[in-house]
Design a protein around this ligand. Structure first.
Ligand code: ATP
Ligand code: MG
Length: 209
């Protein structure tokens, strides 16, 4: 069997951008020639819903009950996937722990702001328990103001790594999802696409190092 890398998007808080980043990183990986499978562990099935609106049949998306995660990862690998991206549900400690245990890289999307910072503790504990390589990805950062820098500082002070590339608050992320696309397909020359390319490049380097 070939090697397959796994990235897990995790945040115990809802609405931080897990699904948005899972989808966009997967599209970026596909465009870079990595066969990619999204394993949708969230009973809300948002990533699976996105794929219903999508014409290209890659990345493959499968709704997976948490208890079947191991089998789904094996199936993806034996079907030749280079990358599995696991999208998890908020408030789901047990299944999130399994998903992070399976990960080569756990990415924690976080919107700069005090509430998200408070909710970060539980997520950080899960990643530590799983001994996963973990980084926070600042998402939906405002175009101006000190909020994102302040958040990055607070996270690093709490002992967590922060990915060096931030994802701004951009409507392209919302518009592309309703079209069943990633921002790289929706608006390849836009700012959102450039940010996703940077995040994918950084994640890829972490996986391969
Ligand atoms: N960078 C961004 N810019 C603008 N809107 C964004 C951005 N990231 C996410 N959103 C929007 O925020 C909402 C929540 O994002 P998303 O569904 O990805 O979060 P989630 O963490 O998967 O949520 P849940 O915990 O419910 O699964 C969506 O409407 C999405 O379009
Ligand atoms: Mg989601």
């Amino acid at each position: 069997m070939r090697d397959m890398y796994t990235i897990t998007l995790i945040a115990q808080k809802g609405g931080t951008g897990k699904t948005t980043l899972a989808i966009n990183l997967s599209v970026a990986a596909e465009l870079a020639g990595w066969r990619t499978a999204i394993l949708d562990l969230d009973p809300q099935a948002s990533a699976t819903g996105w794929s219903d609106h999508r014409e290209p049949d890659h990345p493959a998306v499968a709704a997976v009950p948490a208890a079947r995660l191991g089998d789904a990862l094996e199936a993806a690998c034996s079907h030749g996937a280079d990358l599995a991206v696991i999208d998890t549900a908020p408030h789901s400690q047990a299944s999130a722990l399994a998903a992070v245990r399976a990960a080569d890289l756990a990415l924690v999307p976080l919107r700069p702001g005090v509430l998200d910072l408070r909710a970060l503790g539980t997520t950080a504990d899960i990643c530590a328990l799983a001994k996963a390589r973990t980084a926070v990805a600042l998402n939906a950062t405002p175009a101006r103001g000190p909020l994102a820098d302040q958040a990055a500082e607070a996270i690093e002070e709490a002992g967590l790594a922060v990915a060096p590339c931030r994802i701004g608050a951009r409507v392209a992320f919302q518009h592309s999802i309703t079209r069943g696309l990633g921002v790289l397909e929706h608006e390849p020359d836009g700012k959102a696409a450039a940010e996703v390319r940077a995040l994918w490049g950084w994640a890829r380097a972490r996986l391969e190092s």
